[in-house]
Design a protein around this ligand. Structure first.
Ligand code: ATP
Length: 334
């Protein structure tokens, strides 16, 4: 087919292969002009490749410029560095974008949640710079730079402008971490001045968490450092019905990786009951990012129609549908 573009597919670990296969079925039913190249990453391939992130996988994403990725597992404490963090570093995927939106018929405490978490992906405590000073004392370094903070602030404001959003809230703890979070805020303020049409505010992270659970509808676009963003993203996922629903993207200057917010869900892996919505919605974001706007809208509408009809629900949302049942319903709704 003319103009067929390649997308790198990374199945990942746990429920990754199940939700990825489900998403690919929908993309195939949509007849998108895409070709899929499968590459490996994650903890389940370590025995075969001696690494959780083969060079070949990174090269493939660099070539295609876009990947759709299932979750990859990490060992808590010890073990190899996370494949996710490695991929973000090697591809310089500096911005994590997580839209959090209420889903029709998924009853949660709040209706009308519609916010975007923009998280800096490359530094902060995630730089992985830890060492033992003396036995029993560990130092972990929080790195915040003007360059990365300015870049993420600009990404957040430009995104807000393009998406017709009204407000950007910078998340911080500069009352305690005066230098690091202070620098982050300075950068956000400076960039914010270039966007007078967008309201700018600053929110302390602990206050933000309280405000989010009291009234999430008062927020629009949140811009955060790496660690706060990681935590706030999961909190926000909980506001709209859980991890099975929330999509995400990690975006760099030349490449983008689309993946669900959730992890490998080892408790339900292999049972065929995972909710594939989060990865399907990540694919919706991917199509939009690739300028396949019509297809993106059609896919989003089909998923939302299944929720709107209220008949087919996976177990995480109190239903009895399998991954396959849900996928069949989305394809039927196309
Ligand atoms: P990891 O170590 O990979 O982060 P985890 O189990 O700690 O795995 P998640 O995978 O995010 O974290 O899962 C948290 C909980 O949410 C689990 O009970 C899991 O079953 C559930 N969950 C996550 N994703 C889904 C999904 N797509 N469908 C159904 N349940 C899910």
């Amino acid at each position: 087919m003319a103009n067929t573009r390649t997308v790198t597919i990374i199945n990942g670990d746990g429920i990754g292969p199940e939700v990825t296969a489900a998403t690919l079925r929908v993309l195939e039913a949509l007849k998108v002009p895409l070709e899929f190249e499968f590459k490996d990453a994650g903890s389940e391939i370590v025995a075969k490749f001696g690494t959780n992130l083969p060079h070949e996988t990174v090269e493939a994403v660099l070539r295609s410029g876009v990947a759709l990725k299932g979750p990859t597992g990490t060992v808590v404490g010890g073990g190899l560095p996370s494949a996710n963090v490695g991929l973000r570093k090697r591809l310089d995927l500096y911005a994590s974008l997580r839209p959090v939106k209420s889903v029709p018929n998924v009853k949660t405490r709040y209706d009308g949640v519609d916010l975007i978490v923009v998280r800096e992906n490359t530094e902060d405590l995630y730089a992985g710079l830890e060492h033992i000073i003396v036995p029993g004392v560990v130092e972990s370094l929080k790195i915040i730079t003007e360059k990365a903070s300015t870049r993420i602030a600009r990404f957040a404001f430009e995104y807000a402008k393009k998406a017709g959003r009204k407000k950007v809230s910078a998340v911080h703890k500069a009352n305690i971490m005066k230098l690091s979070d202070g620098l982050f805020l300075d950068c956000c303020r400076k960039v914010g001045r270039e966007f007078p049409e967008i309201q700018y505010e600053e929110v302390i992270i602990d206050n933000l968490c309280m405000q989010l659970v009291k009234d999430p509808t008062r927020f629009d676009v949140l811009v955060t450092e790496n660690l706060y963003g990681d935590i706030v993203s999961d909190l926000c996922a909980g506001l709209v019905g859980g991890l099975g629903l929330v999509p995400g993207a990690n975006i760099g200057e030349r490449t983008a990786v689309f993946e669900a917010v959730h992890g490998t869900a080892p408790d339900i892996a292999g049972k065929g009951i995972a909710n594939p919505t989060a990865l399907m919605m990540s694919a919706v974001m991917m199509l939009d990012w690739m300028d396949l706007r019509e297809e993106s809208k059609r896919m989003a509408n089909a998923i939302l129609k299944v929720y709107g009809d209220g008949k087919v629900r996976t177990g995480d949302l109190g239903g009895g549908a399998t991954t396959r049942d849900f996928t069949d319903a989305v394809i039927a709704a196309l």
